[in-house]
Design a protein around this ligand. Structure first.
Ligand code: BJW
Length: 234
């Protein structure tokens, strides 16, 4: 193992579970009996925009009732104190990493608190509802704002930056993700190929556990602060 300087961290729904944000594929899965792969698509949005908008409106409103947990805070501390390159890539559309204070952060699957205008292609920070067809603040068009969320078949954000960081990583850490969704589920292979040490933190073994150098099982709220201490005080 070479000396650790450049770190890439991937988080999934498990990092927010202890804050009370439901995961996708757990027993109380977010989409209530539907496979997320069947419903989180642009086709479903085109077929039933009211249903999809009101689902995301509820989730956006629910963010006001949850707080970052010990894992989000520990990752923000690592961001503030790590003297070398660090990139936190989250698949989560909640804003808990942002609120904990992480700065070197990318939301590869979009954000609940952002709206994307299909008329002018601009993205705008958004706090309220979208189901009432508000006007786009940039171009004024009505009925063209959609949740700024990456659905199946759409290109995740910032892939060039993520690929570059993975190709230079000395340590890749995956936290609370089931490894069902690509391209994120392939990051461990890209990092390994680049010579990085790979470490997974998860409550249970994931689809990708066998591809990591090391897996630690337990809640993110306990494992992440311990890892951050280990990295900052080796
Ligand atoms: C805890 C815990 C605690 C619980 N502590 N841990 C065939 C083969 C390969 C790929 C494909 C294929 N067919 C199609 C594809 C591509 C497709 C894909 O991956 N499909 C799979 C179903 C196979 N991917 C796409 O379409 C993506 N785009 C794309 O590929 O573009 C082309 C491209 C290619 C190459 C490079 C670049 C581009 C887009 C994917 C979009 C995903 N969007 C979603 C929905 C967003 C909408 C919404 O939020 O409503 O994003 S899907 C959903 O899954 C969400 C999540 O970000 C994502 C990952 O879920 P996550 O975070 O892993 O959650 P869970 O619930 O699955 O797991 C939680 C984990 O936490 C578990 O492991 C628990 O154990 C753990 N846990 N409590 C620690 N306290």
């Amino acid at each position: 193992m070479r000396e650790i300087r450049n770190i890439v961290i991937l988080t999934g729904a498990g990092v927010s579970a202890e804050s009370g944000v439901p995961t996708f594929r757990g027993p109380d899965g977010l989409w209530e009996g539907h496979r997320v792969e069947d419903v989180a698509t642009p086709q479903v949005f085109r077929r039933d925009p009211e249903l999809v908008q009101s689902f995301y409106d509820q989730r956006r409103a629910a963010l006001a009732r949850v707080q970052p947990n010990a894992a989000h805070h520990a990752l923000a501390k690592l961001d503030a104190e790590w003297p070398h390159d660090l990139l936190l890539v989250t698949q989560n559309v909640d804003d808990l990493h942002d609120r904990a204070g992480s700065k070197r952060l990318l939301h590869m699957h979009g954000e609940l608190k952002s709206a994307w205008c299909l008329s002018c292609d601009r993205r705008t920070p958004w706090d309220g509802a979208l189901s009432n067809d508000p006007a786009c603040p940039a171009c004024g068009a009505r009925g063209h704002l959609r949740p700024d969320i990456v659905w199946f078949g759409e290109m995740p954000y910032d892939m060039d930056r993520i690929d570059r960081a993975l190709s230079r990583a000395d340590l890749f850490v995956s936290i609370g993700t089931s490894g069902n969704v690509y391209p994120a589920a392939g990051f461990v292979d890209l990092a390994s190929h680049a010579g990085a040490r790979t470490l997974e933190l998860n409550l249970d073994p994931s689809m990708t556990s066998p591809r990591f150098d090391e897996s630690r099982l337990g809640p993110a709220g306990t494992l992440v602060p311990a890892l951050v201490e280990e990295l900052l005080n080796p």
